[in-house]
Ligand binder design. Structure first.
Ligand code: NDP
Ligand SMILES: N[C@@H](CC=O)C(=O)O
Ligand code: NA
Length: 818
């Protein structure tokens, strides 16, 4: 025997009832012996409750609602039962509705609704749905019988939530089923007392009916047909990556449902559980999906945890005081009084110091709880043994559930670490000794971020999402987007990293979309959906979204944007940038950003500040971490100037060579920054700082290579004009060097706390002499690299190598967060 149960949405419309009948027919074709339980059509039970309420107040409009209920059932008859059989069924249903109307008239007369009458009113939902479906099934030639559960499920007289008399019920069920071979279609949710008064079975009612029948008939399986593909690893409305759980134990299902997973109500499965009958949760609207099997033992799984659930709004009550330490009975008194007032406690946590106990409750009852406890502990509070009862609101609780957590170490570590890296503060923690649930209380505004980052980390085979916000879609920004686009498949399959650009902006337009901006059409998206740029608004939105694993990428050379870095880092958002402005201002600002990132456990990365994608900053940081000490740095740090002095020849215009450097993507957005030496000054300053020296910008001496008039040029076109005018000056510089067999190199050096930069002619014996193209070279002399320096050399400017360095920083954050 198999027991099937169809919930409210499954029997909620003509189309869905057709689906249900199809499922029943499939079972019959397979030769399965089945019994089917039905809920009321979706929404009807609530309407019946409302009708009952209206009747007690004397409102007569309830008749209108009764008509609507009747119409909904009549429409099913019209659609699914052959015309010539309809009138008989209409009459039958009308009879049931008449009974309801008589009852309501009575209620309306005495203006009183007892729980007993309430149960009787709500019983009509299941009676109506099951009646019409029985007729539909019979009209298809299937021998079927309507079975009113009130005849076989016997309960006590606790109306609203009656207790089942299993001995009597089992006997009645077995007798009933022994008498007939017709398919039994049973009303869910209802039963009756021994005096035949109608009762209801409380929360999870129809599932409970299926479970009672399954247990009494020793069914091989109970199928709960719903409108979702079984239970999910998390609520898919909050965690888009949530997926189906194929098997789950009763205990896990119980824990998850306590924390808000509402697909089934596991306590109602207790009779099935006691007899070790598996329960399948299936989708009426996707019947071939395997759903979820709930059973005593789940098969071995891929993941250590089974699901994550949450209660979105809770309040935490904190009872603390020195008078609690070592005093027996405080918690007994506390929880005794809560129980006496029927206050349900969601979670409890007590530190072993016994100094405080905190517990979570429904926030709607918080004021009441405070009043109760203030009264109960009035003496202790008056004597100062217990502090005032404190209530904290706007909190959520997240439960991480799984049998796989039992005796497996590192789970809590992982949980706290991922929340920590995402800046989610943990207010309280509880783990039961069953070890299948770790619950954390957090601020409500972090709920979505916490759920998503936990889901991401525990369900490892799915790619972890890295959420990127890009400012600047110029040369470097657009090249970066192209590289991300080209590499996304590799990152997803080989690094389990899903890189998702969720915001982008330039000086004109900005667009934000938490679902991600498609990278093969980002320009169009920016044009069509973009709104006028406002950097403060962009940054505020990023903080508002509060997405896990967020990275802000600044691909501008803007000076003002850096003012946002600190608050972003403070909000646990990592920052990656090729922009040198933040790191080359006052030392205190540089230091503050480093500290903020460190304190927040997020990353501030800027490898491309020096030598573009060449691993220069990482190398310096590596040496520093390992305890080396820097003695001297000598370097060529400008790709632009390298290129210029490797290309400029007598007879070629110097200005044209600079133009060519710009076209090749080597220069700063404003090439005056390269030619004036400012760009190199920033780089040597950053290198010195990374090497542990607290230099200020004014500590860098610049021997400029430009004539005064070029330096003073007010615009970029005027600058190029000045370069044209000074062509002789540059030719002379070159000629002078060449006569000595030397080459011109713009060299930066740092030694004895002093940084200098300037044009230096270098002879053939000098290591910088051979440099070609736009290459950079850096030579580090340190305590450990003293006899021969550590040298890094290669292309130090250009869109591809720079974007690639930015990209590498971004991906390293992905690995760190994982
Ligand atoms: N080229 C190279 O080899 C290297 C460059 N870098 C650094 O990379 C950075 C970017 O350079 P590059 O791509 O050439 O510069 P571009 O001028 O090509 O692009 C800058 C982008 O930033 C946008 N932008 C500027 N200010 C703002 C603002 N306030 N708000 C929003 N958007 C803004 C611009 O918008 P719009 O499009 O509307 O003008 C543009 O899209 C610079 O800091 C540079 O120093 C670092 C290492 C090497
Ligand atoms: N304009 C710079 C680019 C890298 O920072 C250069 O020429 O080196
Ligand atoms: Na670099």
């Amino acid at each position: 025997m198999q027991v099937l149960k169809f919930g409210g949405t499954s029997v909620g419309s003509v189309d869905s009832i057709k689906q249900v009948i199809q499922i029943i027919e499939n079972h019959r074709q397979n030769g399965d012996q089945i019994t089917v339980v039905f809920s009321a059509m979706g929404g009807i039970t609530n309407q019946l409750i409302e009708i009952g309420r209206m009747a007690t107040t004397g409102e007569t409009d309830y008749m209108e609602l009764v008509r609507r209920i009747e119409d909904r059932h009549f429409n099913v008859i019209k659609a699914l039962i052959p015309v010539k059989e309809q009138s008989k069924v209409f009459a039958h249903v009308r009879g049931i509705i008449n009974e309801l109307e008589d009852l309501l008239r009575g209620v309306s007369l005495i203006r009183e609704l007892t729980l007993r009458t309430h149960d009787l009113i709500t019983s009509f939902g299941e009676r109506l749905s099951t009646t019409i479906i029985t007729e539909c099934v019979k009209s298809r030639g299937i021998p079927a019988q309507f079975c009113d559960a009130r005849k076989i499920i016997k309960t006590d007289a606790q109306f609203g939530q009656a207790e089942v008399n299993y001995t009597l019920t089992n006997q009645l069920v077995q007798e009933h089923f022994a008498k007939t071979s017709d398919l039994q279609l049973v009303t869910g949710f209802i039963g009756s007392t021994e005096k035949n008064e109608t009762t209801t079975l409380g929360r999870g009612g129809s599932d409970y009916t299926a479970s009672i029948l399954g247990a009494a008939l020793n069914a091989e399986v109970i199928d709960i047909w719903t409108d979702v593909d079984g239970m999910m690893t998390a609520d898919p409305r909050k965690v888009p990556n949530a997926f189906n759980i194929p098997t789950i134990t009763y205990a896990e299902a119980m824990e998850l449902s306590h924390f808000g997973a509402k697909v089934i109500y596991p306590p109602s499965l207790q009779p099935a559980f006691a007899r070790n009958i598996p329960v399948r949760v299936l989708n009426t609207f996707n019947p071939t999906h395997a759903g979820t099997v709930v059973s005593r033992t789940a098969e071995r799984r891929q993941y250590t945890i089974t699901g994550i659930s949450s209660i979105d709004d809770i309040a935490l009550v904190n009872v603390q005081g020195s008078g609690m330490i070592g005093v027996a009975g405080v918690s007994a008194k506390l929880f005794g009084v809560l129980a006496a007032h029927k206050i349900s406690v969601i979670l409890i946590s007590q530190a072993s110091s016994e100094h405080s106990i905190c517990f979570a409750i429904d926030p709607r009852g918080a004021e009441n709880v405070k009043t109760i406890l203030d009264a109960e502990f009035a003496t202790e509070i008056a004597h100062g043994h217990i502090d005032n009862i404190a209530i904290e609101r706007d909190l959520s609780v997240i439960a991480t559930v799984g049998e796989g957590m039992k005796k497996s170490s590192g789970i809590a570590g992982k949980l706290f670490s991922v929340l920590g890296k995402n800046g989610v503060n943990i207010v309280a923690v509880a783990q039961g000794s069953s070890e299948i649930n770790i619950s954390v209380v957090i601020n409500k505004n972090n709920l979505s971020k916490a759920l998503n980052s936990l889901h991401n980390i525990f369900f490892q085979s799915e790619a972890r999402v890295l959420n990127l916000y890009l400012v600047g879609t110029g040369l470097i920004g657009k090249t970066l987007l192209q590289q991300i686009y080209n590499q996304s498949e590799y990152l997803r399959s080989e690094k389990l990293l899903k890189v998702c650009v969720v915001g982008m902006t330039n000086t004109k337009k900005m667009v934000l979309d938490t679902r991600g901006i498609s990278l093969d059409g980002w320009r169009e998206r920016l044009l069509t959906d973009g709104v006028t740029t406002s950097l403060p608004a962009f940054v505020e939105k990023i903080k508002d979204y509060n997405l896990p694993n967020s990275v802000f990428i600044d691909c501008t050379s803007d000076k003002d944007i850096v003012q946002f870095y600190e608050s972003l880092l403070d909000a646990n958002i990592s920052v990656v940038t090729p922009n040198k402005v933040a790191n080359s201002g006052p030392y205190s600002e540089y230091r503050r950003l480093q500290r903020t990132a460190l304190n927040r456990g997020v990353k501030f990365l800027y490898e491309t500040n020096v030598g573009a994608g060449l691993p220069i900053i990482n190398t310096v940081q590596g040496l520093m971490t390992a305890g080396d000490r820097f003695l001297k740095i000598e370097a060529i740090l400008s790709g632009t100037l390298s290129f210029i002095f490797n290309t400029f020849r007598p007879g070629i215009s110097f200005a044209d060579v600079v133009r060519e450097a710009k076209e090749k993507g080597y220069t700063e957005p404003d090439p005056r920054d390269d030619l004036s030496g400012l760009d190199v000054a920033r780089k040597i300053l950053i290198l010195a700082r990374e090497a542990g020296f607290p230099l200020e910008p004014e500590d860098v001496t610049i021997d400029t290579l430009l004539p005064e008039s070029c330096l003073a040029a007010p615009t970029i076109p005027a600058f190029f004009e000045e370069l044209e005018r000074n062509n002789d000056y540059f030719e002379n510089l070159l000629a002078e060097a060449e006569t000595k067999g030397e080459k011109l190199r713009f060299v930066a050096s740092f030694e004895n706390n002093k940084a200098t930069i300037g044009l230096r002619p270098v002879g053939v014996e000098h290591p910088f002499y051979q440099l070609t193209g736009a290459d950079n070279i850096v030579s580090f002399t340190t305590e450990r690299y003293k006899d021969r320096p550590l040298v890094i050399k290669g292309p130090g400017a250009g869109a591809e190598v720079t974007a690639s360095g930015v990209f590498a920083d971004v991906v390293s954050i992905g690995s760190y967060l994982a």
